[in-house]
Design a protein around this ligand. Structure first.
Ligand code: ASN
Length: 415
């Protein structure tokens, strides 16, 4: 209890400096990631209308669960997902939140670096007009991942606060806007291979996860209020909802049922040397690379809360955790199978926990019974929400397992 007190004091003394706009950029950047590349594939599985319905549902539910998080954090006066878990269920709650955040964000970061690994060599090769398989080291994806991690990601990940990444996030988002406009210019009709439905909902859930970043961004917000933060979240989700829909629609209209799990691969089959396509791929590369540091912050925080709970800020620990994490993710990516496996498993397990189950059960436990009895509408709503999350998790997991066991998919195979 002593230490909670210390932490509350630290929060009270801490004065956020990040503006409203920069926070929208940062949260937008946290939402927008490799998920966007899976959406056209998801639409090819469901058709346009069902996709629009599911996308709207997941976006709306994400806003609601951010509301639950913000309200719970208002009640206890602590802006940390893990500490909400602690208040609700003690050490178990804290560990559950910390582990889900770690898995989700490591999954997300690996998928980003996986894109760097598979796209960067092709882009470089085309720009340098090198021969295929000329065997140069700088055309080897594994070396390039390490190079990008060391030169770009690590320095950004060492910043003391998330708020400093606002400009990088703004730039990253403009790269995605460019990607979007290019995808929409490029829609004539091509044809390639056939997909499965099992991954639709996990891909959508994965695409909207930003919940581990919400409370850290709230902490750094200037003049923070619950309403202001909810507003920031709603705006970011609305913008990403629009961009996601357009990216999925144009990607789908271009290839119909022949989209691959990762949209960029589908494009590279048309003409890998087309300049517009090259720039698009470079834009996506830049965007996902600049997202890695944002997504790394909550993992470092979770690890700190789980392993070194009583310690205050320390530069050596701050740097060391980032280095260890990046090294681990680099290894993972160098030996990774493919991106659909990552979307699927993480989207089916950690994502529903972070979006649905945890915010709801933490809320139910944290908001005092004399304020809102168990039978009050908000708590019944929250309980249904948790139920939906469980249902969702079971459904997605069983789909994926069926998909693997029937051997109909290449989910774990390489490209
Ligand atoms: N931040 C995350 O966990 C994933 C992100 N929503 C994405 O689409 O890649």
């Amino acid at each position: 209890m002593n230490r909670l007190f210390a932490e509350e004091r630290e929060h009270l003394l801490f004065e956020g400096k990040t503006s409203f706009g920069m926070s929208v950029f940062n949260l937008g950047n946290a939402i927008m990631g490799s998920g966007i590349l899976g959406l056209a594939y998801a639409m090819a599985n469901t058709g346009i209308l069902l996709f629009l319905f599911l996308l709207t549902a997941v976006a709306g539910l994400s806003c609601y669960s951010i509301h639950l998080l913000l309200k719970s954090s208002g009640v206890v006066g602590i802006r940390s997902y893990e500490q909400l878990g602690f208040r609700a269920f003690g050490i178990t709650g804290k560990m559950a939140a910390g582990i889900a955040i770690t898995l989700q964000n490591i999954g997300a970061m690996s998928s980003y670096l996986y894109i760097v690994k598979s796209e960067f060599p092709l882009v470089l090769q085309a720009f340098l007009k090198a021969d295929t398989n000329s065997g140069e080291w700088y055309l080897n994806g594994n070396y390039l991942v390490v190079l990008v991690s060391l030169s770009l990601i690590l320095p950004l990940a060492l910043m003391k606060q998330l708020g400093y990444l606002g400009y990088a996030s703004g730039f990253s988002l403009s790269c995605m806007v460019f990607f979007l406009s290019a995808v929409s210019i490029y829609h004539h009709h091509h044809s390639l291979s056939v997909p499965q439905t099992a991954y639709t909902i996990p891909i959508l859930a994965f695409a909207f996860v930003c919940h581990p970043e919400v409370l850290p961004i709230y902490t750094e917000l200037r003049n923070p209020t619950q309403r202001k933060m909810q507003h920031i979240s709603n705006i970011s989700i609305l913008i990403m909802y629009t961009m996601y829909f357009l990216a999925a629609l144009f990607g789908y209209l271009t290839f119909y049922t022949n989209v691959e799990a990762e949209l960029l691969h589908t494009y590279s089959r048309i003409d890998p040397y087309d300049t517009l396509i090259l720039c698009v791929r470079l834009a996506v590369l830049t965007a996902v690379t600049l997202t890695v540091p944002i997504v790394l912050f909550p993992v470092r925080r979770a690890i700190q809360e789980m392993i070194f709970p009583n310690k205050t800020f320390n530069w050596i620990r701050h740097v060391a955790i980032a280095v260890v994490l990046l090294t681990f993710i680099n290894m993972l990516v160098i030996f990774a199978p493919n991106i659909l496996g990552i979307f699927g498993i993480i989207g089916a397990t950690s994502a529903p926990c972070l979006i649905f189950i945890f915010p709801a059960v933490f809320y139910i436990r944290i908001v005092p019974k004399d304020k809102e009895p168990m039978r009050s509408t908000p708590k019944i709503f929250a309980a249904c929400f948790a139920g939906l999350g469980v249902l969702f998790m079971i459904m997605s997991l069983s789909f994926i397992i069926i998909d693997w066991t029937t051997g109909s998919s290449s989910a774990l195979g390489g490209h």
